[in-house]
Design a protein around this ligand. Structure first.
Ligand SMILES: CC(C)(COP(=O)(O)OP(=O)(O)OC[C@H]1O[C@@H](n2cnc3c(N)ncnc32)[C@H](O)[C@@H]1OP(=O)(O)O)[C@@H](O)C(=O)NCCC(=O)NCCS
Length: 188
C-alpha cells in the first residue's frame, strides 16, 4: 500500500482535496441521495452518523494507505459535491480500483470526467500505478460513458455479482492501463 500524503489537485473548475470531519454534512448529502445509490448494493444513508463513520474510515484509510478518497469541490464556491477514490491498492502489481460519486444536482456538467482525469493522472504519475480497474452496473450508462471517455476499456462481464436493492445485478469490468493513458494524453 502506498504512503499517502495530503494533496490538492486543481482542474479548470474543481479542487480535489482530502476529506476531514468538517465535510460530514456535505458527505452525508451525497450518500443520502437515492439517485447516487441507485446502482449500489448499499441503501442511501439515512443517519448523519453514517457520514461520521464514513469520514472516520476515510481518515483511517489515508493513515494506513489502504484507500485514497478525494473530495470533489467546486473551485468557485468551495462546495463539496462528491468524491473520487482509489482503493484496493495491490502494490506489487501496481494496480488499484476506482470509485466515484457526485450529488445528482451536479450531474451532466462534465464534473466527473474532469475530476477523474486529474485523479487518474495523479495515480499514474505520483503513485506509479500501471493499471486502474472499475466495475459498473451495465444499466449505469452515464458511469460507463465517463469511463470510456477517459480511455477505460471493457474487459469482462460478471453476471449476478451484486444484489442491488433486492435485485441481482451484473458487473461490467473496465480497465485502464498507463500505456493507454500515456498514448491519449488526456491529462490537463
Ligand atoms: C456516474 C456519475 C459520476 C457521472 O457524473 P457526471 O458529472 O454527470 O459525468 P460527466 O458529465 O463527466 O459525463 C457523463 C457522460 O455520460 C453521459 N450520460 C449520462 N447519462 C447517460 C445515459 N443515461 N445514457 C447514456 N449516456 C449518459 C453524458 O451525456 C456524458 O457524456 P458526454 O460528455 O459524451 O455527453 C454520476 O452520475 C454519479 O455520481 N452517479 C451515481 C454514483 C455512481 O453511479 N458512481 C459510479 C459507480 S460505478
Amino acid at each position: 500500500m502506498p504512503q499517502l500524503t495530503p494533496t490538492v489537485l486543481k482542474t479548470e473548475r474543481l479542487l480535489l482535496r482530502w476529506l476531514d470531519e468538517g465535510d460530514t454534512d456535505a458527505h452525508f448529502a451525497v450518500f443520502s441521495d437515492p439517485e447516487v445509490t441507485r446502482y449500489w448494493s448499499g441503501s442511501p444513508w439515512t443517519e448523519r452518523e453514517q457520514a461520521v463513520k464514513g469520514i472516520a474510515d476515510t481518515l483511517a484509510n489515508y493513515a494506513d494507505g489502504s484507500g485514497l478518497r478525494f473530495g470533489i469541490v467546486l473551485a468557485a464556491s468551495g462546495e463539496l459535491i462528491g468524491n473520487a477514490t482509489l482503493h484496493h491498492f495491490f502494490e506489487q502489481n501496481r494496480r488499484c480500483e476506482m470509485g466515484y460519486a457526485l450529488g445528482s444536482l451536479h450531474w451532466g456538467q462534465g464534473y466527473a470526467s474532469e475530476a477523474l482525469r486529474a485523479l487518474i493522472g495523479y495515480g499514474f504519475r505520483e503513485l506509479d500505478l500501471n493499471r486502474i480497474e472499475a466495475d459498473v452496473d451495465p444499466q449505469n450508462a452515464g458511469s460507463m460513458r465517463v469511463l470510456e471517455k477517459l480511455g477505460f476499456r471493457k474487459e469482462g462481464y460478471m453476471p449476478e455479482r451484486w444484489i442491488v436493492h433486492g435485485e441481482m445485478a451484473d458487473t461490467v469490468n473496465y480497465g485502464l492501463l498507463r500505456r493507454y493513458w500515456d498514448a491519449q494524453s488526456l491529462e490537463s
